[in-house]
Design a protein. Structure first.
Length: 400
């Protein structure tokens, strides 16, 4: 028996060169996702305690940075079939870096920043090493793609490492410049590494990765609801708070329903660079907005029917729903059409976006029961209308 054919000893190999490639997610990647459960929850807590404009900006920036840490490693695992023992050690080291970043978020505006930046620098350095390792075991050792990827992540690691030791705000500026540079080195036409054909991942694999992370992100909303009610005291709240509690849980369920029926696991129509960028960025915005909605829904258990919905929570909830629906619309445009999309036309998405905007205008002046009704119309219309339309179409065909 050839040891190189066994998962524990199989060296990293580009999926185009491997007979062992599969679109299914490996348990190593699922385990890596576990630490992101914590990071996303901590980010949601940060937003809950910093609901002003500055707080949201910091939250959004940190979410993008942490999401890129998840995406970059997921991309490597999609490009290279790698399950050997050395890769497992490296993956465990990556998990530690994300743990370090997550632990730094609560004090990110103080001493925690240096730890966050250093953790991110080490994270980038590890990915640079992954591509370097893939290059040396490649069938084509002159393949420029892993070489350039390793170089780019090495440059990023150096920039982020230096930023950890600079005084604020210079450290923030250098860190932000490093993020922009990394994105440019990957996406710029004719210059970025996306110009290589071998930069296109296993599409089915990445679609599944996006879907799994969306479940994690949306699931954080349940955590927020449960823990918020626990903090308030389940034995101290009135019956209408329990109704609001159910409304919040149902809203999160409907968000997942919308995603998986209409775009979940959907493959892009083609592998053109623009298509893949839109597909990826739309998922980033989708998950960012899902966290915002989850945080906003946690206020459901703090109020009764006749109280005004806390306005800062309403802002991120309504704008979050607008962004969520817009992201779904963008994903629908770039993936292969499925049967469910014929009922979820763009007009329905825009109706939900407009209704969420209307809710935001009225929410300071109406009791929460009416605010929930308006917001609920914006959300539930995205499922009820397509399902009703599909049922009528099916019934019409069966009677013909």
């Amino acid at each position: 028996m050839n040891l190189s054919d066994q998962a524990l000893w199989r060296k990293p190999q580009h999926y185009l060169d491997s007979n062992a490639s599969s679109d299914h997610v490996h348990w190593l990647e699922l385990f890596y996702d576990l630490v992101h459960v914590v990071s996303i929850f901590v980010l949601g807590n940060y937003l809950s305690h910093h609901l002003g404009f500055n707080g949201f900006f910091v939250f959004a920036a940190l979410f993008i940075v942490v999401w890129l840490a998840w995406f970059d490693l997921s991309l490597f695992n999609s490009l290279y079939v790698s399950t050997d023992i050395h890769h497992r050690y490296i993956m465990s080291a990556q998990i530690v870096t994300v743990m370090l970043m997550s632990s730094s978020i609560t004090t990110i505006d103080g001493d925690g920043w240096a730890y966050f930046a250093m953790g991110y620098a080490i994270n980038r350095l590890i990915i640079a090493n992954l591509y370097r390792r893939a290059r040396f075991v490649s069938l084509d050792k002159e393949d420029p793609f892993p070489c350039e990827m390793s170089r780019n992540f090495g440059i990023g690691a150096a920039i982020f490492g230096v930023s950890a030791f600079l005084p604020q705000p210079y450290s923030y500026a250098l860190f932000g410049a490093g993020i922009i540079l990394m994105l440019c080195l990957f996406t710029l036409p004719k210059l970025g590494t996306m110009r290589f054909e071998r930069s296109v991942p296993r599409i089915g694999h990445m679609a599944e990765r996006f879907a799994l992370l969306l479940l994690i992100v949306a699931g954080e909303g349940f955590f927020k609801l449960v823990l918020t009610l626990s903090d308030v005291g389940i034995d101290t709240v009135s019956a209408d708070v329990f109704v609001n509690y159910v409304i919040g849980a149902a809203a999160i369920f409907v968000m997942c329903w919308m995603y998986f029926d209409f775009v979940g696991d959907g493959k892009p129509k083609n592998t053109h660079q623009k298509t893949l960028i839109i597909w990826t960025l739309a998922h980033l915005l989708l998950m960012l907005s899902a966290v915002c909605i989850g945080v906003a829904l946690s206020a459901e258990v703090k109020i009764g029917f006749w109280d005004n919905y806390p306005y800062k929570y309403a802002v991120i909830g309504c704008l979050g729903l607008c962004a969520y629906l817009f992201s779904l619309l963008m994903i629908q445009h770039v993936i292969e059409q499925r049967q469910a999309q014929r009922s979820a036309i763009a007009k329905i998405r825009w109706f939900g976006i407009i209704m969420a905007g209307v809710t935001l205008l009225f929410v300071p002046y109406i009791p929460s029961i009416l605010g929930n009704l308006l917001w609920g119309i914006a959300l539930l219309s995205q499922v009820i209308v397509p399902v009703t339309s599909a049922y009528r179409s099916f019934a019409r065909k069966t009677t013909e």
